[in-house]
Design a protein around this ligand. Structure first.
Ligand code: F6P
Length: 352
């Protein structure tokens, strides 16, 4: 087969590991493998590159994507997918592996429904907001980056007895804030899925801060990890928290740090490389079996998807993936409900 690889949407650490695995495994099994440059936009412009052994050597450890990425508005416009398919036909592609998040996989599903070529999606997004993905490529690295940043911030916070609010990426998904917040011993974790209004958020923070700065306590720092999906601007939150802290512990300052794109870069962790390599390997096998319009998930919830020869990798139709993604984002998925219930239990036992 002639197989194209495309990375699209926000890049995620581990994309390169997936690209190399697909290229190396594909070639070793007699396929031609090439890379599309700059996502769907680059494809429309006909930009591609060869992925021979030299081009991919050493990229497993690199963040970002050597292919480049983009968010392509044309894919959602009338005629856009047809133009993309025409380009793929010109390039002689018989199979396509799309590595990306929600938008990218939605595009993959639209293209696959036209049945012109076989398309397999691999979930890659630091947000971990792709339905049934289990752990998407890039999430583990992003969590580790946030934990490292919070540890550093905690050092300086303790030196000055300060309260810090750290805002992390995740779009509308609080997964990064939740997982990293617990690992970094945060005193509070704020995320959009709880749908609390500002007054409720501040009341919760006041209860937590009252415990942190109770008379007789010598706690040196308070850490609030806020997901960007919580719709309260960070400076407004900082002002409101400063008012509370000044009442409870005069002289204690509040500071804010927005980690932003720092969370998206960096060398992928060993776990992200493993996930990327094993999903990449499975994508070649899936294409050889003639599968299309599917995504490969890493240890998705029990019972979801069809098994592969790899016990951690399962095959899930893209239609199911996208339906579950919508449920994750509107809070109706059992996965997000369980996540919030667990976190609520953890918050009960946070010492403050
Ligand atoms: O989806 C990945 C992500 O990094 C989100 O966490 C964030 O909201 C968004 O992309 C930022 O997008 P951009 O790089 O286009 O500013």
């Amino acid at each position: 087969m002639r197989i194209a690889i495309l990375t699209s949407g926000g890049d995620a650490p581990g994309m390169n590991a997936a690209i190399r695995a697909i290229a190396v495994v594909g070639k070793s099994r007699g396929h031609e493998v090439f890379g599309i440059r700059d996502g769907y936009s680059g494809l429309l412009a006909g930009h591609w590159m060869d992925l021979d052994a030299d081009a991919t050597e050493g990229i497993t450890r690199q963040g970002g994507t050597i292919l480049g990425s983009s968010r392509c508005a044309e894919m959602t416009q009338p005629g856009g997918p047809e133009r993309v398919l025409a380009r793929l036909a010109e390039l002689g592609a018989e199979g396509l592996v799309v590595i990306g998040g929600n938008g990218s996989l939605t595009g993959a599903h639209v293209l696959a429904s036209k049945r012109q070529l076989k398309i397999v999606g691999l979930p890659a997004s630091i947000d971990n907001d792709v339905g049934h993905a289990g752990l998407a490529i890039g999430v583990d690295t992003a969590v580790n980056t946030i934990v490292d940043a919070c540890d550093r911030i905690s050092d300086t916070a303790r030196a000055h007895r300060r309260c810090f609010i750290v805002e992390v990426m995740g779009r509308n998904c609080g997964f990064l804030a939740m997982r990293a917040g617990i690992a970094a011993e945060a005193d509070a974790i704020l995320y959009g899925e709880a749908s609390l209004d500002e007054a409720h958020v501040l009341a919760r923070l006041e209860r937590m801060l009252a415990r942190c700065f109770a008379p007789g306590r010598h706690k040196k720092r308070a850490l609030i990890v806020k997901s960007e999906g919580l719709p309260i601007p960070i400076m407004k939150l900082r002002g409101a928290v400063q008012e509370i802290v000044t009442r409870l512990a005069p002289g204690v300052d509040v500071r804010e740090t927005v980690l932003g794109h720092v969370v998206r870069g960096g060398d992928p962790t060993a776990l992200d490389r493993t996930i990327a390599q094993r999903l990449g390997f499975a994508s070649i096998i899936a294409l050889e079996k003639g599968l299309s319009d599917v995504m490969l998930g890493w240890e998705p919830p029990f019972g979801v998807g069809r098994e592969t020869m790899d016990p951690s990798v399962r095959i899930i139709p893209l239609e199911e993936v996208l339906a579950e993604t919508s449920r994750l984002l509107d809070g109706s998925s059992p996965v997000i409900k369980r996540r919030m219930e667990l976190l609520a239990q953890v918050e009960e036992i946070l010492p403050g």
